[in-house]
Design a protein. Structure first.
Length: 311
C-alpha cells in the first residue's frame, strides 16, 4: 500500500507534487485541479495572467479598452492580440495573412490564460481566411497556458484605434456579416486613450459622455494597494487635482482597478502629468511599513465599500 501511495503522489514531469497547491492559484491541490483528467476546466483561476510583465495591460484589453491591438511576443514567433474581432471570434487570419487572437470573447473554461493559449496555438497554424469562432476542447495537443508561450518579462504596448477598420486589410471593403458586425462595433465605441507618462502603465482615459474617467489597472496585491490608497485618501491626496475625484474601484482577474471621475472638457493628454504625480505619491505610500492610523483605517473602509468585481 505504501508503495502504491508513493507512486500515486510522485512528482509530475514538470516537477509538481500532486498533493501541493495547484500553480494556477485556485487553492486546490494540483491532483484535484489542473492535474486532474481534462485539466479541471471548471476551476476558476482568479488571477490568470499572474507572473507576466504584461499582466495589467492584458487585463485592460480584456475588460474595458474598446478597440486596440498589440503584438504578443511569443517564445517562438509573434501574433497580434485584439480586443474584439468580427462576430466576437476567438481568432482569425486576416486576408493579408496577419493572425489575430481576440481577448474579449466567451471563454471555454475558468482559466482565461489556458483558453488564450489554445487560441494562440490555433492562430500560429491557421491559414489566410480561417476563423476560430470559439476556443475548442483540448484534443491532446494542449499548449498549456499563456505563461508557457510568452516571453514572461516582455511588456506589450497596445495601439488604440478610433474604430474597427483594422479588421480588414487596407483598401478592403466589408461585406455581409462582417460589414454588419463592423457597423455595430463602431457604434459602441467610447473615445479612449492610453495615458503616456513615466511610471504610468495600463492607465486609460475614456469619455463616457456626461463625464470622463481614468481606469488604472494596478499590479499590487489588493490589501497592500488599499493601504497605500488609504494613506493618500486620509491626506486628501487620492485625486489628480482640480476637476477630478476618486470614484471607486473594481476587481478584474485578480487585480484592483481604481477609477477616477474627470472633467471631460480637459483633453486626455492633460491628465498624464497629474497621473504621474499621483503614481509617485502612491508608490511612496506603498513603501511605508507603519500601521495605519485611525483616519487611514476609516479611509480604507470607505475605499473597500466602493468596490465591485468583474471576473
Amino acid at each position: 500500500m505504501a508503495k502504491r501511495t508513493a507512486v500515486k503522489n510522485a512528482p509530475t514531469a514538470d516537477g509538481i507534487n500532486p498533493r501541493q497547491p495547484c500553480p494556477c492559484g485556485s487553492g486546490k491541490r494540483y491532483k484535484a485541479c489542473h492535474g486532474a483528467a481534462g485539466g479541471a476546466a471548471d476551476v476558476i483561476v482568479a488571477r490568470p495572467f499572474e507572473g507576466l510583465a504584461a499582466e495589467c495591460e492584458l487585463i485592460a484589453l480584456r475588460e474595458f479598452v474598446p478597440s486596440a491591438t498589440a503584438k504578443l511576443p511569443l517564445k517562438d514567433g509573434e501574433v497580434t492580440l485584439a480586443t474584439v474581432l468580427p462576430m466576437a471570434a476567438a481568432g482569425l487570419v486576416r486576408g493579408d495573412g496577419v493572425p489575430f487572437v481576440g481577448l474579449q470573447v466567451q471563454t471555454r473554461s475558468g482559466d482565461v490564460s489556458r483558453d488564450l493559449a489554445r487560441a494562440v496555438q490555433w492562430a500560429k497554424e491557421a491559414k489566410t481566411g480561417d476563423v476560430l469562432p470559439v476556443v475548442g476542447p483540448d484534443n491532446g495537443d494542449n499548449p498549456g497556458r499563456l505563461q508557457d508561450l510568452l516571453v514572461a518579462d516582455a511588456e506589450i504596448t497596445p495601439e488604440l484605434h478610433p474604430d474597427f477598420a483594422w479588421w480588414l486589410p487596407e483598401d478592403s471593403e466589408p461585406t455581409g456579416e462582417v460589414a454588419l458586425s463592423l457597423e455595430r462595433a463602431n457604434a459602441a465605441i467610447l473615445p479612449t486613450e492610453r495615458l503616456d507618462a513615466p511610471g504610468v502603465r495600463a492607465a486609460y482615459w475614456v469619455d463616457a459622455g456626461d463625464k470622463a474617467h481614468l481606469r488604472w489597472v494596478r499590479p499590487e496585491p489588493e490589501e497592500k494597494l488599499l493601504n497605500g490608497m488609504a494613506r493618500l485618501a486620509a491626506r486628501g491626496e487620492l485625486d489628480l487635482g482640480e476637476g477630478s475625484r476618486y470614484a471607486g474601484s473594481f476587481r478584474a482577474h485578480g487585480l484592483l482597478v481604481p477609477v477616477w471621475d474627470l472633467d471631460r472638457e480637459m483633453h486626455a493628454r492633460e491628465w498624464a502629468s497629474p497621473a504621474e504625480a499621483l503614481g509617485k505619491r502612491l508608490l511612496d505610500a506603498l513603501s511605508s511599513d507603519d500601521q495605519l492610523n485611525d483616519a487611514e483605517r476609516r479611509a480604507r473602509e470607505g475605499l473597500r465599500g466602493r468596490q465591485i468585481t468583474i471576473r
